[in-house]
Design a protein around this ligand. Structure first.
Ligand SMILES: [Zn+2]
Length: 299
């Protein structure tokens, strides 16, 4: 049987993981207690086409619950406030959108607010271009720009890296990146690195939470990484009919990166199993909220 449709399914790892269980693979999933890895999986076509471009899988609605981020990283010292922090001012204006729809966040703090990045500093990111699919960089950069516009979070391209995604990725790597939170890493991974026994994984996204003051109220995202399946993107981007799906998948992963979780509405890019190619109203509302977090001056 062919595998003509995308079936996205996330699998969560880490001590707080719940929902779909999957075998843990070294070198793929981020370490327990550091972040939640979110995985997109392609499997056999049990999906049916209900509206143009939207694929749903009967009986497999997206998980509605948040997947809690694991306990925060504990360090003896945190890096200093970055020089490009605009604290107490945002780098970019907040996004005011009238869009409303279904949206969900990966985890929440005790006051009910979602876990977010600090909008008063840019999110630095680096790209490992090793065996990057043709067209992959353009789709990635367009998606980063779109997520930035939808969140009001500034993204700063720090260039290329040779770092690979890793279970035990350090959130601060002084020798590689200096005394600061390591930038978000985007890396192309192969099937041997992101494979379940009978499934092909299209992408992985994770975030790192820290609580510098020791209180839950200080919890925030400071970095993360995205692993993109090289073979899947190579194939999808080479097919004009499927390239828009690759774009949607890129948006899906980057939205996970900034804290969004799955929803049940199949018209949203954050639906777990649909072939959506662009942001829906719920996605836009969620991303605007994801970009409206608190600012910090402590690290
Ligand atoms: Zn997902």
């Amino acid at each position: 049987m062919r595998k003509p449709e995308v079936f996205r399914r996330d699998q969560r790892q880490g001590p707080a993981a719940r929902g779909v269980a999957g075998p843990r693979r070294q070198g793929v999933y981020i370490a327990a207690g550091v972040a939640v890895a979110v995985v997109l999986v392609l499997v056999a076509p049990v999906a049916r086409l209900v509206t143009p471009g939207v694929v749903v899988v009967p009986g497999s609605a997206a998980p509605a619950a948040d997947s809690p981020d694991p306990p925060p990283v504990v360090r003896s010292e945190y890096p200093p406030l970055p020089a490009d922090s605009r604290y107490p001012d945002r780098v970019l204006p907040p996004v005011n959108t009238t869009a409303t729809g279904e949206r969900a966040f990966n985890s929440s703090r005790p006051d009910g607010s979602p876990m977010r990045f600090d909008p008063c500093r840019p999110i630095h990111w680096v790209l490992n271009p090793d065996e990057m699919p043709a067209g992959g960089e353009q789709v990635l950069r367009e998606a980063v720009a779109e997520i930035s516009a939808a969140t009001g979070l500034a993204f700063v391209d720090d260039g290329l890296t040779t770092e690979r995604v890793d279970d035990d990725r350090e959130s601060v790597q002084p020798q590689r990146y200096g005394d600061r939170w390591a930038p978000v890493l985007v890396d192309w991974v192969d099937n041997s690195e992101v494979t379940y026994p009978d499934e092909e994984v299209a992408g992985v996204a994770s975030r790192t939470v820290v609580t510098p003051s020791g209180t839950p109220e200080s919890a925030r995202y400071v970095t993360g990484w995205v692993g993109l399946n090289r073979a899947w993107f190579t194939e999808a981007l080479a097919d004009p009919a499927r390239a828009p799906v690759a774009r949607g998948l890129m948006l899906h992963e980057l939205a996970h990166l900034v804290g969004l979780d799955h929803v049940k509405d199949p018209t949203q890019v954050m639906h777990a199993t649909s072939d959506t190619t662009g942001l829906g109203d719920g996605d836009r509302e969620g991303l605007a909220i994801a970009g409206a977090g608190e600012c910090y001056a402590d690290t």
